[in-house]
Design a protein around this ligand. Sequence first.
Ligand SMILES: Nc1nc2c(ncn2[C@@H]2O[C@H](COP(=O)(O)OP(=O)(O)OP(=O)(O)O)[C@@H](O)[C@H]2O)c(=O)[nH]1
Ligand SMILES: [Mg+2]
Length: 316
Amino acid sequence: MNLADDVLAGDRRALGRAITLVESTRADHRADAVELLQAVLPHTGTGIRLGVSGAPGVGKSTFIDAFGCHVIDQGTTLAVLAVDPSSGRSGGSILGDKTRMEELARRPEAFIRPSPAGRTLGGVARRTREAMLLCEAAGYDAVLVETVGVGQSETAVAEMVDLFCLLAGPGAGDDLQGVKRGVMELAELLVVTKADGDLEPAAKRAAADLKHALQLLRPVHHAWSPRVLLTSAHTGIGLAEVWDAVVEHRQALEDSGELQSLRGEQARQWLWTELREGLVERFVAEAGEAVRSAELDVVAGRQLPTIAADRLLDDR
Ligand SMILES: Nc1nc2c(ncn2[C@@H]2O[C@H](COP(=O)(O)OP(=O)(O)OP(=O)(O)O)[C@@H](O)[C@H]2O)c(=O)[nH]1
Ligand SMILES: [Mg+2]
């Protein structure tokens, strides 16, 4: 396929078109997308896969802009993708607000792609995984997947990257502001933002509190212990340390063999997610009317959901 060749040659517009193709929900597009993905697959897997999340307003866009420029200055090309299941609604702010990644957007070594609109997180996550493979095939050394920390999307992103990085604001220490325990357990890097000016003392306290909280959690990978870093996108402080940690983390996982086992486990989970979703989709497509009437019965209290489900499955 011509498009695959163009993607492999690093053609940005071809990459954009390829991502649009895998994002499409049309059945005929899907066949082309599968062919494209098959063609590029041998050229994927080499990139650094980095997840970045944090509560709204914590400074994700500003951080990625400044951090991304630093990464590029180190000679690394970078693709930025977003997972935002809410972006179909108005108010989804991940990459819609382009102005906050202005610097990065100007760099030819960067590729920035807003979130696909999607109804289900599963659908958005699948397309983001595939887009990530396409970015690797196009030669991007690192792929950064951004998600806003408001729901289940953090887990979905953590399941598709090598390193999950959680941003926390200077107030994080007081009430672990938006930093839920479960999400913190996913993070191998905790980055305190806005450590500048009047906010610096609060940021330092937040970092100390987060370090303390981390000691109570088990490290995710044996080869790596989670760490807390202080940054400011405005002054640039700490950005180099974040990238150094990413590179060090990659090295540690490669040396210990955990990178391979991690990617293998993620592929296994992905397969099961696809199977579960695919089975339900096909089932509903085939049993359409029966499912809808069972739904009505269950909602009206005429039938127990377990019994309704059993009947539907038995009738297949
Ligand atoms: N002092 C200071 N302010 C910052 C820094 N980074 C971001 N901010 C400010 O914090 C606010 C939110 O920054 P964003 O980068 O838009 O945050 P976000 O996490 O992308 O927000 P959403 O996209 O709405 O989830 C803006 O007013 C920024 O100017 C920083 O390093 N220092
Ligand atoms: Mg933002």
